[in-house]
Ligand binder design. Structure first.
Ligand code: AMP
Ligand code: ZN
Length: 494
């Protein structure tokens, strides 16, 4: 068994994972702001957090994962300026914020499910924790905050090592504009945003600093500390959060705990801070304001299974930028198809059931039950995932396993199931039909396709090529591509 090593953004080093509480792993992931649909870049952050969680479970840790839902407080500019994203969208749509939050939270959860992201122990909804936020803010207000007309501000000079996570120069707040008159330091941020006089916000609460709403950074400090206890093990988010949101969370956590500087990572509230790199796309479709923006549903409408996107994410290391292209997605789908076909063949040959351990597959279970000849592959797979979640490497080990000859199919299926417990590609449960996602606007049914193909086979057997071609043309006109001689044996696609 290889020790689990993770890259800690706080130290910029690979570190052995040592749990705060023996045998446990407590993880907090910054969740979506539910003012719009998540784009597939956002979803990369949760596929990454899921890979992390699954790896911790594989290593035998009892996982407690919390993901929050931000339904208040996130401004259009992370550096504490602009409007509340939720209020802005509600005004544009002339809808209630609560309806908007509900709609987009459900849309996000649908994407989570479609991508085989496991349910966390808890989804924490920011507006459910307003009282806790007020308590937290009160406890640090005297020593660390000051009040301006626009709210209660955190003075970043009151904690040691502010901004270490971002490696930012804090004196003049590198790259930040001091827009709020009276701020002591450019990097100071509002932990409570007072409602301007004469205005009424849809979401506002009473506080010692006037009616208003919590700041976004405050929410994550409060929910992570309350649900996981400071210090917990791992805090995750996209790499953009390394610059402002997480340094600000850390400053609040230091204040709340009365902790010293960050030479001890635990003083930051979490021992390890992990960040996934971005999914990038050249034509601007990642922007939520573009017409055809890249959300999971667009991939589905174009006939791609969400699992092809999960495969695409797994093929890249989480700390590398990943460039999205339709060709790349197509290649990921093909790779997934190959795996599924190999699994189908194994299932056809298997004599007897495939074991499913009670608590799911773990390294221990795989080690003890998967069988002697396969043990080196279990070890290689474990080594790959333990090396800062090297999923691209783990995938090649999985493929090696699928290619092995002369192994009992049941044992091989168990090995695949064990590896897939970490990768989450659904290899034992997904069928060909599941991968044949119906692009929008195609009406022909599978039964009709199969019927036409059978007729075509008969025509060909009878050497009636004119009829065979005609049947093929009819299918083409209905959006079905007939794939004669496809090396994957995939006969047709929509
Ligand atoms: P938001 O809803 O804006 O708070 O973002 C949700 C998550 O997605 C955060 O962890 C972001 O850091 C992350 N994120 C945003 N854009 C991308 C992207 N293009 N690629 C990967 N992660 C992203
Ligand atoms: Zn957060």
């Amino acid at each position: 068994m290889t020790a689990l090593t993770l890259f800690n953004s706080l130290t910029r080093k690979l570190e052995h994972f040592e749990p705060v509480h023996p045998h446990e792993a407590r993880v907090y992931s910054c969740g979506p702001t539910v003012y719009n649909y998540p784009h597939i870049g956002n979803m990369r952050a949760y596929v990454f957090a899921d890979l992390l969680g699954r790896t911790l479970s594989w290593k035998g840790y009892q996982l407690t994962h919390v993901i929050n839902i931000t339904d208040v407080g996130h401004l259009t500019d992370d550096a504490d300026q602009g409007e509340d994203k939720m209020e802005k969208m509600a005004a544009e749509r002339a809808q209630s914020i609560w309806d908007i939050a509900k709609h987009y939270t459900e849309a996000y959860w649908a994407d989570v499910k479609a991508l085989n992201i496991r349910q966390p122990a808890q989804w924490s909804i920011a507006t459910d924790y307003i009282d806790d936020m007020l308590e937290f803010a009160k406890s640090i207000a005297d020593k660390h905050c000051y009040q301006l007309d626009s709210g209660l501000y955190f003075d970043v000079s009151t904690v040691e090592d502010y901004g270490r996570l971002a490696r930012a120069v804090t004196d003049e707040g590198e790259g930040r504009i001091e827009a709020v008159a009276g701020k002591r330091n450019a990097a100071d941020f509002a932990i409570w945003r007072a409602t301007p006089p004469g205005e009424k916000r849809q979401m506002e609460w009473d506080s010692p600093w006037g009616k208003g709403a919590p700041g976004w950074h405050l929410e994550c400090s409060v929910m992570s500390g309350k649900l996981l206890g400071f210090p917990f093990d791992i805090h995750t988010g996209g790499i953009d959060h390394r610059e402002i949101h997480h340094p600000n969370e850390i400053a609040q956590n230091q204040a709340f705990c009365g902790c010293g500087g960050l030479s001890s990572a635990a003083n930051s509230g979490a021992r390890i801070w992990m960040h996934n790199n971005f999914l990038v796309e050249r034509s601007g479709k990642m922007s939520k304001s573009s017409g055809e923006f890249l959300r999971l549903q667009l991939l589905i409408d174009k006939g791609y299974s969400p699992l092809a996107y999960r495969m695409m994410c797994c093929q890249a290391h989480y700390r590398s930028e990943l460039e999205f292209s339709w060709d790349g997605l197509g290649a990921a789908l093909t790779r997934l198809k190959r795996m599924l076909i190999a699994v189908e063949r194994l299932k056809d040959r298997a004599e007897g059931p495939v074991r499913e351990p009670k608590g799911g597959w773990t390294l221990d279970e795989a080690h003890h039950h998967v069988g002697g000849a396969l043990l080196p592959l279990v070890a290689q797979f474990d080594a790959a995932m333990s090396d800062d979640l090297n999923s691209p490497q783990a995938l090649t080990v999985l493929e090696e396993a699928l290619a092995l000859k002369k192994i009992d199919p049941v044992h091989k299926l168990e090995l695949v199931a064990a590896m897939d417990a970490v990768l989450g590609l659904g290899l034992l449960t997904t069928t060909r039909a599941d991968l044949r996602v119906r692009p929008k606007g195609i009406a022909i049914t599978e039964a009709e396709i199969e019927e036409a193909l059978t007729a075509r086979k008969e025509a060909r057997a009878a050497k009636d090529f004119a009829r065979s071609d005609a049947l093929r043309d009819e299918l083409t006109a209905k959006g079905v591509e007939v794939m004669d001689g496809d090396p994957l044996g995939w006969e047709w696609k929509l």
